[in-house]
Write a protein that binds this ligand. Structure first.
Ligand SMILES: Nc1ncnc2c1ncn2[C@@H]1O[C@H](COP(=O)(O)OP(=O)(O)O)[C@@H](O)[C@H]1O
Ligand SMILES: [Mg+2]
Length: 222
């Protein structure tokens, strides 16, 4: 689905990735671990195609349809639109009934879809962004800390939706349930020491990673 070959990325003199290679195959669900500043978001941006590497190549499968979620996506919503207007702008060919049931599936009931986006909480905005992303499901999800603003109920809902997703995933999360419930591969930036130049790949799930290393990854919480 995606191949990184000798990818190097620096911001000025700060080298974030130094000749990193990774192959992501169909059906794999990689969680990307690493301490703050390790380069998780940078890696996801390069895979999602919003940030070019300085050198090396990022190759994506021909039939790939990427859905990319980043925290910045919340700021790209038009604050002057209502939820309904935003969905109509995104999906002009869908009936209002379809859009209402999409909104309903993401817990926006009845007249809530008349709320202006500027009045939404971070959790509500996250739900709206996820709803837009999943109406026409991508086959490759790239998710950067999707649970940050979510309350417990919404988190469970999103977790259920993503469990049913049968495509490929590359995601960053500090949420233990997300990591345990979704990953079948682990990429540890900075390696085991946290400071290695090369990431370390675990061929199993986060659950197996914890069993093998004997500890949760740093910064992981419920
Ligand atoms: N646009 C940017 N300009 C300069 N430095 C950046 C930029 N984006 C990220 N960085 C720096 O690069 C490093 C990796 O950032 P990031 O990929 O966001 O890490 P993570 O998501 O693992 O916390 C951090 O030290 C961060 O401060
Ligand atoms: Mg980040």
């Amino acid at each position: 689905m995606a191949t990184l070959e000798c990818v190097t990325k620096a911001y000025g003199r700060l080298v974030v990735h130094d000749s990193v290679s990774l192959t992501i195959r169909r059906g794999e669900r990689w969680c990307v671990m690493g301490k703050n500043g390790a380069g998780k978001s940078t890696l996801l941006k390069m895979v999602a195609g919003v940030l070019p590497p300085d050198s090396g190549t990022v190759r994506l499968g021909a039939s790939l349809k990427i859905g990319y979620f980043a925290q910045q996506a919340l700021d790209l919503l038009d604050p002057d639109l209502t939820i309904e207007e935003q969905l109509q702008a995104d999906f002009p060919h869908e009936s209002i009934g379809v859009l209402k049931s999409l909104a309903g599936a993401f817990q926006f009931s009845g007249d809530e879809i008349d709320k202006k986006i500027r009045a939404l909480s971070g959790g509500e905005k996250t739900r709206l962004v996820m709803a837009r992303m999943l109406l026409e499901p991508p086959n490759f999800l790239v998710l950067d800390e999707p649970t940050n603003h979510l309350d417990l109920t919404t988190k469970e809902m999103l977790l259920d939706a993503l469990r049913d997703f049968d495509g490929t995933m590359l995601f960053v999360s500090h949420d233990r349930e997300f990591l345990r419930g979704l990953s079948n591969r682990v990429l540890e930036l900075g390696g085991e020491s946290g400071t290695d130049t090369q990431p370390r790949e675990y061929p199993g799930s986060y659950v197996e990673y914890v069993a093998r290393t004997g500890h949760e990854a740093p910064g992981v919480h419920r």
